[in-house]
Design a binder for this molecule. Structure first.
Ligand code: ZN
Length: 338
């Protein structure tokens, strides 16, 4: 029998056997539980293997397997609206998937996959992306590395003979650019390497036209993720309020939706706190999500929802079960990584 199984199916069967006891124990001890999962971009397995920043992408071939696994094990995939409703009575087992920022692949690859499985998905949009005002420097850098044999930096030329060289260059350069100077560093890089910044932006950004189409899909829920992807805790109150309210106003104006839900960029405890949860309420949102790992249990505060970030390298059902059973949340709290 084993010989007839594909590599993917074999991997899944093995990981299922490993994690069944954990999930059965969680079922015994918890009446109901919800797990909110988030990621940024998606790429099919073949492309995923080549991407210099591939941890930022979910392998959509794996996501397809995982959505099948959830159905098989009676996990219901719901919207954030439904997740917050269920947290008031604490019954059932539910999962929500949210995509933060929103790039072109949200429209082209990821939402169609959820549609195939007939389950909902939440999009938390950074409005500076479809407005074309937020430089997508990491996407532009990665694209250039992926499609070049060498790049020019102010310090000289870097040769990129293979995947390892491209990945190492991505991490080294992104690390150096990260911060308020990123946009300027990226503009200089584009000039040196003859990159059309505008064309590169629209190669990766989601557009308002795409969002209009997605808005009309009953399986798609759209919420806010700031205007400029700022770290909210680092802003003065009026700046923080602008990021949340400005984003909501823009979504309402451009898409005519209620924009009831919000997700904090970065989302760890140092990135958003009590003041920011209150701002989310004042800005008119009905919920706010963090990226603090954990489960949604009965009585969960809707303005500090836990979410588990799924990275590109998390390509096993076993790792997902650790999120679904609350083990990763427990480990994060025990080690202070919240
Ligand atoms: Zn984000």
């Amino acid at each position: 029998m084993k010989g007839f199984l594909s590599g993917a199916a074999r991997r899944m069967a093995q990981s299922e056997a490993l994690v069944r006891p954990i999930s059965m124990a969680a079922d015994m001890f918890m009446r109901g539980r919800g797990c909110l999962m988030t990621f940024h971009r998606g790429a099919p397995a073949k492309l995923w293997e080549q991407l210099p920043n591939r941890d930022f992408y979910l392998d959509t071939t794996f996501l397809d397997e995982f959505l099948g696994y959830l159905k098989k094990h009676d996990w219901e995939v719901v919207t954030i609206e439904e997740a917050t409703r269920r947290s008031r009575n604490g019954r059932g087992r539910f999962v929500n998937f949210s995509i933060d920022d929103c790039y072109r692949d949200t429209y082209e690859d990821v939402v169609p996959l959820f549609r195939c499985h007939n389950v909902p998905v939440t999009l938390f949009v950074t409005t500076g992306i479809p407005d074309g005002t937020l430089p997508l420097w990491a996407a532009g850098l990665e694209d250039t590395l992926l499609n070049s044999d060498s790049i020019i930096l102010e310090s000289g030329v870097i040769r990129l003979p293979d995947f390892a060289a491209k990945q190492a260059a991505f991490y080294r350069i992104a690390d150096r650019w990260d911060g308020p100077q990123a946009a300027r560093s990226y503009a200089t890089f584009c000039e040196l390497n003859g990159i059309d910044m505008k064309a590169m932006h629209w190669k990766h950004a989601i557009t308002w036209e795409m969002l209009e189409e997605l808005r009309d899909d009953p399986l798609v829920e759209i919420g806010g993720h700031t205007v400029t992807h700022a770290r909210i805790s680092s802003l003065p109150p009026e700046g923080a309020f602008f990021e949340l309210q400005g984003c909501r106003d823009r979504l309402i104006e451009r898409l005519g939706i209620p924009a009831r839900h919000f997700a904090f960029p970065y989302g760890r405890s140092g990135d958003c706190g009590a003041r920011d949860f209150a701002i989310a309420r004042d800005a008119g949102y009905a919920s706010a999500s963090t990226t603090r790992k954990g489960l949604v249990l009965e009585g969960q505060d809707p303005y500090s929802l836990p979410r588990c970030t799924i990275n590109g390298s998390d390509r096993s059902v076993a790792t997902m079960e650790l999120h679904l059973s609350g083990m990763t949340g427990l480990a994060a709290r025990m080690t202070g990584r919240v």
